[in-house]
Design a protein around this ligand. Structure first.
Ligand code: DCT
Ligand code: MG
Length: 480
């Protein structure tokens, strides 16, 4: 007997007369209805949990899709309305593998999953024949070659392996990097560019390093980075060389170069910026000793920087930061009862060392924070009986540590806290996001909505993230 297909079960053009026998016809018809509402999930119990199906409407049409969906559900199949990461089987009719793949990519992008379509093994792209045969059997039939759509080999290779949002403030970057060797190398190039006053190039390398630090696993081949934001040709070349040869010639020669070493040494002096260091470098001054011999005029800050050079270039530990925190708190409470001290900067992000210790001071009564820093510094100086530049002791029982004190009125406290916690790249991207994506202007004092023409209030960092339309990222995730 020649089986007959129900018309709606049959592909409009591609007919496969062996699929559904006549006796099924009645069952099929009983499921029919004039409505094409595929979201009408009846209460059929799901028998086949492992297979999560998605029927592609493209070329199938909405009413046929609705019909097939109801049919499948009545047989205990799990059929999703929308494509999502949980889908295991995509069923389509009269589409090539490439066409389905292209559709999936665009669907992912519309859904906000930029740049990460499912990897080919995660989702099977199947022809409608697999579905109709499964309907006939009342269970998911084994997948044969003839059921599968050709896998888009070429496209799959071009797909990025990771999904990386382009702004650092959209990502949580912890201190635990899987690619520190690579990001450290790019940071050398970033620092070299910054020391050459090429800010754009410096930021570009910082961004590339930050993306590497965000990735969930160690990179083994530069191709795996294809399509990721912020990884330009230059950075990719450096990464490739390190992965293949163990090191990058450019990075190694930069580290050895006279200019890089001299500029690092000179800007390592507290109070000396890139411009001053460069002027000295051009005069042949490359080291601290040469500077001291040169007779160059130094300002008050630079003199302190030279005097405490080795102390200030030794990293500050968390234990030291905590001890200094207690001291600052004692001083603050002594000069202004009720005033508050918060650790900010790298230590707030969980770093275990830093080049300085940063604190934010405020007072719950607006206005009472006025002059607080001067009072605190005066109290500390009186307590210590000496100021920083007085180093006449014969036996040194202390070491110099750089401490940054920031003060803010209570109404600006959340903005100051967010702005001074860092990292620098995270802050840069928060401001860039605010400006480019939200038409807002963010600073360590305020958030201004340009379209509404008004300032937005915030009492916490969470509220600022919410104003900006960003998911909240705690300090430990701001180590971009
Ligand atoms: N900051 C910023 N832009 C700058 C400088 C600083 O947004 N140009 C913010 C972010 C970090 C914070 O101020 C404190 O600055 P640093 O102490 O320089 O940074 P850090 O992250 O605390 O680094 P370290 O641990 O080396 O002190
Ligand atoms: Mg700091």
């Amino acid at each position: 007997m020649r089986p007959i297909l129900d018309d709606r079960l049959r592909a409009p053009e591609k007919r496969n007369p062996t699929m559904v026998p006549l006796k099924r016809r009645r069952v099929v018809s009983s499921c029919d209805s004039s409505t094409s509402d595929v979201s009408n999930t009846n209460n059929n119990r799901i028998k086949f949990q492992q297979q999560v199906l998605f029927l592609l409407e493209r070329k199938m049409g909405s009413s046929r899709r609705a019909f097939l969906t109801r049919l499948g559900r009545s047989k205990g199949f799990r059929i999703e309305e929308r494509f999502s990461e949980s889908v295991t089987h995509v069923i389509s009719e009269n589409n090539s593998g490439d066409e389905v793949w292209a559709w999936l990519n665009s669907a992912q992008e519309e859904g906000g999953h930029h740049g990460q379509p499912p990897a080919p093994p995660a989702v099977r792209l199947l022809d409608i024949s697999w579905y109709t045969e499964s309907m006939h059997e009342g269970r998911p039939v084994e997948i044969q070659d003839r059921h599968t759509l050709q896998e888009p080999q070429q496209n799959a290779e071009e797909l990025p392996l990771f999904s990386v949002p382009s702004y650092a403030c959209q990502r949580s970057t912890t201190l635990h990097s899987h690619n520190l060797l690579l990001s450290d190398a790019l940071s050398v190039l970033a620092q070299s560019a910054e020391l050459a006053e090429d800010e754009g190039r410096g930021v570009a390398f910082r961004r590339a390093a930050a993306v590497l630090n965000f990735l969930p696993k160690a990179i083994s081949a530069a191709e795996h980075l294809r399509g990721l934001p912020s990884l330009g040709e230059h950075s990719l070349r450096v990464v490739q060389e390190i992965l293949e040869d163990g090191s990058s010639r450019e990075v190694e020669s930069t580290k050895q170069s006279d200019q890089y070493r001299a500029m690092k040494a000179l800007t390592g002096i507290f109070g000396v910026g890139v411009k001053t260091a460069h002027r000295w470098f051009k005069l042949g001054i490359h080291t601290l000793a040469q500077l001291e011999d040169s007779g160059q005029a130094l300002n008050h800050t630079q003199q302190a920087g030279v005097q405490h050079y080795s102390d200030l270039n030794q990293p500050v530990t968390k234990a030291e930061a905590d001890a200094i925190g207690h001291l600052v708190e004692t001083a603050v409470v002594a000069v202004s009862p009720g005033a508050q001290v918060t650790l900010i900067g790298g230590f707030r992000r969980g770093k275990v060392t830093g080049h300085d210790v940063d604190f934010l001071l405020t007072h719950p009564e607006e206005g009472k924070e006025d002059g607080l820093i001067f009072k605190v510094v005066a109290w500390l100086e009186a307590q210590e009986g000496r100021s920083l530049d007085d180093g006449k002791e014969t036996q040194k029982a202390w070491r110099a540590v750089r401490v940054d004190l920031v003060v803010s009125p209570k109404s600006q406290y959340a903005f100051a806290l967010l702005g001074w916690t860092g990292s620098k790249l995270f802050e840069r991207d928060l401001r860039r996001w605010a400006g480019h994506e939200r038409s807002m202007s963010l600073s360590s004092h305020a958030l201004f909505d340009i379209k509404q023409g008004k300032h937005l209030r915030a009492d916490s960092e969470e509220e600022i993230f919410a104003h900006l339309g960003l998911d909240y990222i705690p300090p430990s995730g701001r180590n971009a």
